[in-house]
Design a protein around this ligand. Structure first.
Ligand code: FRU
Length: 424
């Protein structure tokens, strides 16, 4: 019998492993892989809404694209509630931290536009209330399909369940701004299967989300990355020699690391439009290392596949750690083998003095890295913080072979287009 991968003319592959030995090489505060300090006097995009995960409009090859000279970003967004009694503390003051921490439950997809690739103007909600089938609209990718302005928005429909979905609409421009029309019919694509990707029934803390479709520069086919966990009942995973890697004496104890089972998933489209998908085995697994490899995405450079994914300190397994930030892996072909960039995988982490300053980094093919501000300390001890919910300063990074280097810092939310499409 043919395996799924053979059926679709895709090379069968073994997932690459991010091992405990790799993670032991993580060095927080290495200046070449640390995001510059974000100052607590940052400007906010909006006083009415929090924004976090930022999804620049792009084409299927990964190029950030403007339309008729307008840059467009999509963001996960939630209202701020400064006057809602539910978010007032005992003294009647707005508890912004609690409001911010609750945002995931009411996340909605919004869009913003700009002539300059920064100073984003508020566009509005992408889908009207009631269009998306679940409570939460979680991260994904807006793809500009053609010069008619058609856009496929891939995203995650969450609670109940977690389904990778897509909705088609159109971007329309005028001299004064940008609007999104359509986005009325959400099409479910796939869910975790329990054989390759963990389901909610196997683990209530499962992750299955963040679609990132792309055209493989080498074989020209349509694929999609997503975040998953390796299938199996919670607690049943084995952290063996392969997952441990080549560790020094005294580092063999894996503790309870079997509970951390992140992976980067991949699916291949059976059709040209990306309406019909087949899940393939994960590209990369982090069993025994980390429980979340979120928002996976590629940069295709120098004939190589640079795979980036965001992760947290709190999702690391016993005995290994690293900062919140973006991690990366490189391979010569789509299905690997992938090796961690900079030895450890760490590409751009928060400084240890401000461990939550930014998150949800997105590496663009021009080497610019966008992220959002989470919270920044406002006193020496770090007990007082200022919540962000806005765009962080963009970081410039150089990718060279198996290494990356921070080389520049730009304005807040600077996401310049790499190409412009004139709409017909
Ligand atoms: C990353 C993330 C995504 C998810 C969204 C939920 O910041 O956790 O993986 O889609 O935020 O708000």
């Amino acid at each position: 019998m043919k395996t799924n991968t053979e059926k679709f003319g895709v090379t069968p592959h073994q997932p690459s492993l991010w091992t405990r030995a790799d993670a032991l090489k993580v060095r927080a505060d290495d200046p070449t892989t640390t995001q510059p300090l974000v100052s607590a006097d940052f400007p906010v995009l909006s006083n009415d809404v929090f924004i976090w995960d930022t999804m620049p409009l792009r084409d299927l090859d990964g190029n950030v694209t403007s339309v008729d000279g307008w840059s467009v970003i999509f963001t996960l967004t939630a209202d701020r509630h400064p006057n809602d009694p539910q978010y007032l503390d005992e003294d009647g003051n707005y508890d912004i931290l609690r409001d911010w921490n609750d945002r995931h439950g009411r996340a909605k997809m919004y869009y913003w536009f700009s002539r300059t690739g920064k100073n984003w103007e508020f566009g509005g909600r992408v889908m009207a209330e009631g269009v998306s089938p679940t409570a939460r609209e979680w991260a994904g990718t807006p793809i500009l399909l053609n010069d008619r302005g058609e856009v496929d928005l891939y995203y995650t429909a969450v609670t109940p369940g977690a389904t990778i979905v897509k909705v088609r609409g159109r971007v329309v421009t005028t001299e004064h701004g940008v609007s999104m029309v359509g986005f009325e019919k959400v099409k479910p694509l796939f869910e975790a299967d329990g054989n390759m990707y963990q389901t909610e029934a196997q683990n209530a803390f499962w992750g299955f989300r963040d679609p990132w479709p792309f055209r493989d520069p080498k074989d020209g086919k349509l694929y999609m990355l997503f975040e998953g966990n390796v299938a199996g009942e919670r607690g049943s995973h084995k952290v063996g020699e392969a997952e441990i890697g080549d560790v020094p004496p005294g580092y063999e104890d894996v503790g309870n690391s079997r509970f951390q089972t992140a992976c980067v998933g991949i699916a291949v489209a059976r059709d040209a439009d990306g309406d019909d998908w087949e899940m393939l085995p994960p590209l990369l697994t982090a069993v025994g290392v980390n429980d979340q490899t979120e928002r996976p995405h590629f940069v295709f450079q120098d004939g190589k596949y640079y795979l980036f994914t965001i992760s947290h300190t709190f999702t690391y397994a016993d005995g290994v750690t690293g900062p919140d930030g973006v991690y990366g892996f490189v391979a010569d072909s789509l299905f690997g083998p992938y090796v961690p960039l900079n030895g450890s995988g760490l590409v751009l982490g928060n400084p240890s003095s401000q461990p939550f300053q930014t998150y949800s980094h997105y590496v663009m093919p021009n080497g610019l890295v966008t992220s959002f501000i989470d919270s920044v300390p406002t006193d020496e001890t770090g007990t007082q913080i200022r919540v962000g919910g806005t765009e962080a300063p963009t970081v410039g990074m150089k990718i060279k072979g198996q290494q990356t280097f921070v080389v520049a810092e730009y304005d807040y939310g600077y996401i310049p287009p790499m190409l412009d499409v004139t709409l017909k």
